[in-house]
Ligand binder design. Structure first.
Ligand code: 4AD
Ligand code: MG
Length: 468
């Protein structure tokens, strides 16, 4: 069989690159079959785009293949692309031949009716064949391409950082352990503690929560770098925006202060949003109509691209929250971290657009953030967006060796021998530098209007769920 002769539906329906009356071959999966006495309609989607094509068979009795043809089957259809009389479609396919390649029976879970997103998570192995998930994964692919394009166009080098790590960048302790020790027979030291020296790497090892520390090493050599890779967090938080395995984009710039970092974050996000609007028009129109039901998603993204993000300091944010007259579950107090409800108030109610909050108290921010002149706050930034909350976290890094050492001591980090390499770049030719991490799935949520991170990952890993 010569599969190469197939015409992708995207060539017909998106690119408009196929002439009417062309003889073509379509390979795809059946969405619906409707057979009447005089005519049969078989709707076929091949995944290359949102649109399906209607294959029309003139005299159904003479087509035994139609007997066993059900939703979910894969088919090869040859025919003529003809202008359609039906509403809402430019073309249909006047069928010359129709073969079933792989049958599907009535147990196929994605029968043509509305399914809940919860149900679709149970059939995550098949949900890519639905309109919603096809659109999500296509948009995600385009956005991943846009990430690389943005940074490559801006002179950043793409680097890989280790996924197996012996450090805890964020200091939050949400680490998945990597070990090859026999858990039923652990080697122990005299004091009863586990002898990690006997483990595979002769040390404790974990899946990386961030590539930032290594990213800093590369930025202070190549100038501007970015990572784009998987990240693992054993946070036991069962929310709609936390996953145990997600992808993060981490740019790091030498010779850059917090304001440069904010500028980069804003320009980068706008580039991604514009890219989705321009390059995924069909899928975005679908999200607008069926997913973001109570607001105009495309208009919202367009206005975000056109306007400036709001920038406020943490201290200003606390002030706004205190004066808001809102009743929060967690009261706001200078020195306490912002809770989700506070972030949502700022970005959804107060400013109604993306907000960058800067200069948080040092007490709840990681050791690497640069101490401000007030001695109480650090040059941190979080980007908050309506509906999703925090999508970016970043900072200017502490480049002064003595200040960094003091902060490490204050944080009570006892294993700093492990981090001598991190300190070395402050010892040899230290430079001001800054960077941030964008949670890729959270960006995809914002762009598509999907409200649960489980529905923008292909196969989500969350507490108590690592199926497929
Ligand atoms: O704010 P975070 O923890 O920052 C860092 O990891 C820094 N090392 C980044 C840097 O400066 N290079 O994480 C960055 C972003 C968050 O803003 C959020 O979008 C996403 O990563 N994120 C998660 N996304 C999904 N599931 C989780 N459990 C996430 N944790 C963080
Ligand atoms: Mg954060």
């Amino acid at each position: 069989m010569d599969y190469k002769v197939r015409t992708r539906l995207s060539r017909i329906l998106v690119d408009d690159a196929v002439e009417a009356n062309a003889d073509i071959t379509i390979l795809g999966w059946v969405r619906t079959v409707r057979v009447s006495k005089s005519v049969a309609f078989v709707q076929i989607n091949d995944g290359s785009c949102m649109g399906s094509i209607q294959a029309v068979v003139g005299d159904p009795e003479n087509w035994p293949v139609l007997q066993g043809l059900l939703a979910g089957a894969s088919v090869r259809v040859k025919g003529k692309l003809v202008p359609s009389q039906g509403k809402g479609q430019k073309y249909e396919l006047a069928v010359d031949s129709l073969e079933m390649i792989g049958e599907a029976d009535a147990t196929y879970p994605l029968q043509p009716k509305r399914h809940t997103l919860e149900f679709m998570r149970e059939v995550a192995h098949l949900r890519p064949r639905t309109n919603t998930f096809g659109a999500v994964y296509r948009t995600k692919s385009k956005l991943a391409y846009a990430v690389h394009r943005f940074f490559q166009e801006h002179g950043f080098y793409y680097i890989h950082t280790p996924l197996i790590s012996t450090s805890d960048c964020e200091g939050a302790g949400d680490l998945f352990r990597v070990t090859s020790l026999d858990l039923d027979n652990l080697p122990r030291l005299e004091d009863g503690k586990i002898d990690w020296n006997a483990d595979f790497f002769a040390s404790e090892a974990f899946l990386a929560v961030s590539g930032q520390l290594e990213g800093e090493l590369l930025a202070t050599a190549l100038g501007d770098i970015y990572t784009f890779g998987p990240t693992f967090r054993a946070e036991n938080s069962n929310t709609s925006r936390h996953a145990s395995e997600f992808w993060m984009i981490e740019p790091e710039m030498a010779w850059a202060e917090l304001s440069d970092n904010m500028d980069l974050a804003e320009e980068f996000l706008k580039y991604l949003f514009r890219f989705a609007l321009e390059e995924c028009a069909d899928d975005m129109a679908f999200f607008n109509k069926w997913i973001a039901k109570d607001y105009d998603l495309c208009k919202m993204l367009e206005s975000v691209v056109e306007s400036k993000f709001k920038r406020i300091t943490y201290t200003e944010a606390i002030d706004i929250l205190n004066k808001s007259g809102q009743k929060f579950e967690y009261p706001t107090k200078w020195g306490e971290d912002l809770a989700t409800e506070h972030e949502r108030y700022l970005t959804e109610k107060k400013f109604k657009k993306p907000v960058i909050v800067t200069d948080y108290p040092e007490s709840f921010k990681p050791f690497y953030m640069r101490t401000n002149d007030d001695g109480k706050t650090v040059a941190a930034m979080d980007v908050l967006v309506p509906g999703v909350g925090e999508i970016i976290g970043g900072s200017q890094r502490e480049e002064r060796l003595d200040v960094l050492n003091a902060r490490i001591k204050k944080k009570g980090m006892t294993d700093m021998d492990n981090y001598y390499w991190y300190l070395d770049i402050r010892k040899y030719g230290s430079v001001p530098h800054s960077g941030f991490g964008l949670g890729f799935e959270r960006a995809v949520m914002y762009v598509t209007g999907m409200t649960n991170i489980r529905d923008v990952l292909t196969f989500p890993r969350v507490p108590r769920w690592a199926k497929f």
